[in-house]
Design a protein around this ligand. Structure first.
Ligand code: SIN
Length: 290
């Protein structure tokens, strides 16, 4: 690996570790993801627990909580500690407007999120993060893991030459892109927004790569061919650099909370004909800034 990429990794892995009094935080990899224990998420959190949870979230970007028993009310209260709830786009009739069902059966023909993406980046204000609570996993050993990628590190591991090419560019994110070849649901008004290609995390100021294969249609300042080539290069790096990734193996009643501002994720549909079921609550974010 090139020295500039190693330097980027070393910069993160040599940070002094965070110290927690009310939680146990076990990193999944040195750069992304952590299992958090010592919390019952069905109970209200103390100020101390919440402060530490917020610190762990910013340090690890993806937090995994095992063996939680949560009602929708608990789930929404937990999300509410981090901001206003983000309404579901086109909620099913009679369903909770803030709780999205994530469900796969042997009759499914497509599975939500089965490709690298961040949620809703065609919106002017994509969500801050999502909390996915999986209550039914495929048969043991049958897959259904979710992959996550650290988009800070994806940016930081690029060569200085590519970084300077990207700085100042903007890209269009198009809500119709995921529906290519299919008919979008009736009543869907597709959002379309231009965001900087490199943005800063609103809480930490750290830069990150903000384009994804599901929603980004093109880079505005480049020719069509150049845009395709640059986006493919960046998507390949996300998918093919294990250093950026962690993998969450779900067990029944696990909740995962990811930072949608700096993480991409990929559901893995590798468990046909088994079923998988969960519920997701998202939190409002703000407009990404360079
Ligand atoms: C999603 O993209 O939010 C779904 C993730 C998953 O089902 O693992």
């Amino acid at each position: 690996m090139e020295q500039f990429a190693l330097d980027a990794i070393e910069h993160i892995t040599t940070r002094p570790p965070e110290v927690y009094d009310t939680l146990v935080v076990d990193p999944l990899t040195p750069v992304i993801g952590a299992e958090v224990s010592g919390l019952d998420l069905s109970k209200e959190l103390t100020e101390g627990q919440l402060d530490e949870l917020k610190r762990a979230f910013l340090a690890h970007h993806v937090l995994v909580f095992r063996d939680q028993t949560l009602s929708d009310t608990d789930h929404k209260r937990l999300a509410g500690y981090f901001g206003e709830l983000h309404p579901v786009t086109l909620p099913a009739e009679g369903s909770d407007p803030y709780v999205l069902e994530i469900s796969t059966t042997k009759d499914s023909r497509a599975v939500a999120g089965n490709g690298w993406h961040a949620d809703g980046t065609a919106d002017a204000e994509p969500s801050l993060g999502s909390m996915l609570y999986i209550t039914r996993t495929p048969e043991p050993g049958s897959g259904g893991d979710t992959l996550f990628a650290n988009m800070h590190l994806a940016y930081e591991m690029l060569s200085p030459a590519v970084k300077s090419l990207l700085d100042g560019l903007t890209a269009v994110h198009d809500g119709l892109l995921p529906w290519q070849g299919e008919t979008p649901p009736a009543g869907y008004v597709a959002p379309r927004t231009e965001h900087p290609v490199v943005v800063r995390h609103p809480d930490t100021g750290r830069r990150l790569l903000f384009v994804n294969g599901a929603y980004t249609s093109h880079i505005t300042q480049l020719s069509r061919g150049e845009s395709r080539a640059v986006l493919d290069l960046l998507y390949d790096q996300t998918a093919r650099t294990p250093f950026l990734n962690c993998r969450v193996r779900w067990t029944q009643n696990t909740l995962v909370f990811w930072d949608n501002r700096c993480v991409q994720h990929h559901a893995t549909w590798d468990y046909y004909p088994h079923s998988r079921y969960g519920r997701r609550v998202a939190i409002n974010g703000q407009r990404p800034q360079a």
